[in-house]
Structure formats: C-alpha cells, structure tokens
Write a protein that binds this ligand. Structure first.
Ligand SMILES: NC(=O)c1ccc[n+]([C@@H]2O[C@H](COP(=O)([O-])OP(=O)(O)OC[C@H]3O[C@@H](n4cnc5c(N)ncnc54)[C@H](O)[C@@H]3O)[C@@H](O)[C@H]2O)c1
Ligand SMILES: [Zn+2]
Ligand SMILES: [Zn+2]
Length: 384
C-alpha cells in the first residue's frame, strides 16, 4: 500500500509499505478515506520530537472504511464508515475510566505522560498513522466512531482532533459569561478554540498570530478580533491596554513548541533544544492573564523543562490547565453541534491533495504558503 514515510527532519516521501495486519483480536484494519496534516505533525517533521523514527508513517486525523476486524471487535463491522480519534486508548485503565483518553496507561506503555497516538513518535507508542491507504486501528471497540448518516466526511475528519481540541481548549479555560478570552495561535486549533470560546459565553475573543492571512481567516470564521504580534509591540502590554490594565480572564496557548516571537526562547527551545520547544506563547499567556485567571494549554511541548515564569503563576494565583485532548469524551456533543450547524469544521479546509503529494502538503503547511489553513489528503483508494 501507499504510505507517507518519515526520512529525517524536513524529509518525507510516499512509499510502498506492507499492508497492515490484525495483530490483536481487538484490532481493525481501516481503508483511509481522508486524512489531514496537523500542527502536531510539524513538530515531528521539523525533528523536534524525541524518538521519531525513520520509516514512521504520520497522520493522526483520519476517517476510513472498516475492511477487517479482529475476533473481539463487537462495536464495528466491516463496511462501517468511521472517524478515528487521534488518541489510542484502551478504555479500561484508570485514566481511560476517568475520561482521560489522551493519557491511556496501556496504549503507550513506555510513556509516563501522554498516551498512545496514531502516527506519532515512539514516545507515544510508535503506531503508524493515517497518511496512508490503510491503517491498523488498535482497541477498535473504544474510540473509532461510526460517522452519522448524512455527515460530510470532511466535517467528520476534523472531529478526530481539531474540533475537540479547540473545544477542550475553551472548556479548560473555565470561561465565565462575559469573559475576555485571548487565544495565542491562529492555526486550525486556535481558530477553532476562538470559535468555541463563544459557545462557553465569552464576551470578547482576541486571537494573536503573525500570519496576516490566518488573522483575516480567524476574523471571519471565529468572529473575533485578530492582531499581528509583529505589529502590536509587546503582546503582554497590548493585552493589558485592551483590558483596562487588568489582563485577560482566560488565555489559551494554541501554539506549542514551535513558537516564534522571542529570540532567547527560539534559540534554547528550537535551535539548541535545551528546552522542550520554545515557550513564548505560554510565557505571554501567563503574563497577560489577570490575577486569578486561567491559562489553558493545548499547544504541544515535549516532556522536559521549559523556561516559564512560574513565579508569576504563583504570585498571580493563576490556574493552569493543559492536556492532550480526550477526543472520545467530546464526540457526542460535538457531533450534535456539527449536525445543528453550530460548528462548521470543513470551513477550515483550504487544500485537498492526493496522498502522493503529501510532501508538498507538509512544505506548504509548514511554510504557511498559499494561504494554507488545513490540508486534507485523499488516497486514490478512498473510493469517495
Ligand atoms: N493538545 C492536543 O491534543 C493537540 C491537538 C492538536 C494540536 N495540538 C497542538 O496545537 C498547536 C496548534 O496546532 P495547529 O494545527 O493549529 O498548528 P499551526 O502550526 O497551524 O498553528 C500554530 C500557529 O501559531 C502561530 N504562532 C507562532 N508563534 C506564535 C506566538 N508566539 N504567538 C501566537 N501565535 C504564534 C503560527 O504562526 C501558526 O499560525 C500545535 O502545537 C499542535 O501540536 C495539540
Ligand atoms: Zn492533530
Ligand atoms: Zn487506557
């Protein structure tokens, strides 16, 4: 089968790989119908995630048709159209039982923090992902969800990560009616977080990035204010000025380890990897949230220490909430929001490419070319 393959930092290709096989009675084999490229893939692509192995197939956002099931799969049948959440979760461990599907204790036994993910490095289990024609889906009774009849497949594929992550970013912010919410990062996740902030009752939503086309997109899609941090001077001072010197009620970090905007962070976090990515956005979030406010982090960082102003967290009495998204927990509500037209996930999609062109897709998304927000890959075997 055809699959994307990692060859080293900024080097990927499409190659022929053996067909995946059922390795456990709870496995399913899924023929991919759509997959996406995510900001989380860029951390791998840029060589910033420990233990990313040559030969790995990325892709943790995909839909597909069930081709084969193991003897203990009861919740899916061959021919089902499914959306597959990016978390691989056993459904039975103490963390899964609490709904912490992003922190499963079984799916990535080597991991002390995150759980198992499709198409990521070996610190999250080393499972091959969905930027391919076929994928092995472990624990198929737990997370894969039959796409409701009538739902557009492009809406469904964004329910595997971006929509739940934007939603959870807003949820973890504990937004109260009328709150001012600032979102750092106007990628697909930040744009969705800004849109979801309104659902929780925000009174004002501001998004910050440096890409004008993304800011313009966010203004239209998320109906929020949008500012370029390269034009507003110090973003912390700017937010203070915007909020009567009080600070925002809630700040969301939807940037993560590849943040720009601070030379020290960039050198120590991205060039020399002395810390687990550049913590510029989380730094800005902590310093521009009000006393007693909430910082919600969905931007991804590695496991080691980061230069964050912990003294300000203490002295301002800030609550920090962060996690990998527990996709499965949010699906019932988010499927309803899509069906009722409250959320329009496919509106984020700007590019549709053949799987064969995956390398172009990464280049474009990484370099922010062609006004790219979200790219969907379509294998020739998709059949739809
Ligand atoms: N927690 C989760 O479960 C989860 C799920 C999906 C994605 N993520 C993470 O969310 C982050 C965003 O994902 P995405 O797909 O939107 O990625 P993306 O790369 O498209 O977007 C990131 C945006 O941040 C902007 N940016 C860079 N430095 C900034 C700064 N200092 N302040 C404000 N904006 C800045 C970039 O210009 C870019 O537009 C990534 O770190 C990704 O790994 C987390
Ligand atoms: Zn993703
Ligand atoms: Zn589990």
């Amino acid at each position: 089968m055809l699959a994307m393959e990692y060859r080293g930092p900024k080097r990927i290709r499409v190659t022929q790989k053996p067909m995946p096989e059922i390795l456990h009675p709870e496995d399913a084999i899924v023929r991919v119908t759509r997959s996406c490229i995510c900001g989380s893939d860029l951390h791998l692509y840029n060589g910033n995630v420990p233990d990313t192995r040559v030969g790995q197939t990325f892709g943790h956002e995909f839909t597909g048709v069930v081709e084969e099931i193991g003897s203990e799969v009861t919740k899916l049948k061959v021919g089902d159209n499914v959306l597959v959440p990016f978390n691989i979760a056993c459904g039975k461990c103490i963390f899964c039982k609490q709904g912490l599907f992003g922190n499963c204790h079984e799916a990535a036994p080597q991991a002390t923090a995150a759980g198992g993910f499709f198409g990521y490095s070996h610190i999250t289990g080393g499972y091959d992902g969905g930027q391919a024609e076929y994928v092995r889906v472990p624990y198929a009774n737990v997370s894969p969800t039959v796409i409701p009849p009538g739902m557009d497949i492009e809406d469904a594929v964004l329910l595997t990560d971006v929509v739940p992550t934007g939603y959870q970013a807003a949820e973890m912010g504990g937004i109260q009616t009328g709150d001012t919410v600032v979102v750092f990062g106007a990628g697909p996740v930040g744009i969705m977080a800004a849109r979801c902030a309104w659902l929780f009752g925000a009174g004002r939503v501001i998004i910050i990035d440096k890409e004008d086309y993304r800011l313009e997109f966010a203004r239209n899609y998320s109906k929020c204010e949008a500012y370029n941090f390269q034009e507003i001077g110090d973003p912390v001072l700017f937010i203070k000025k915007q909020t009567d010197w009080i600070g925002a009620d809630v700040c969301i970090d939807a940037v993560g380890a590849e943040a720009a905007g601070n030379a020290l962070q960039t050198i120590t976090g991205r060039k020399t990897l002395l810390q687990a990515g550049s913590a510029t956005a989380v730094h800005w979030a902590i310093n521009s949230v009000r006393k007693g406010g909430v910082v919600s982090i969905v931007g991804v960082y590695g496991p080691t220490d980061n230069l964050v102003p912990i003294g300000n967290v203490l002295n301002k009495g800030i609550t920090i909430r962060a996690n990998q998204t527990a996709v499965k927990r949010h699906l019932p509500r988010l499927i309803e929001h899509v069906q009722n037209g409250v959320l329009n996930p496919k509106g984020l999609i700007t590019h549709r490419l053949a799987l064969e062109d995956v390398a172009d897709g990464y280049r474009m998304f990484s370099a922010k070319l062609n006004n790219c927000i979200k790219t969907v890959l379509i294998p020739s075997t998709a059949g739809m």
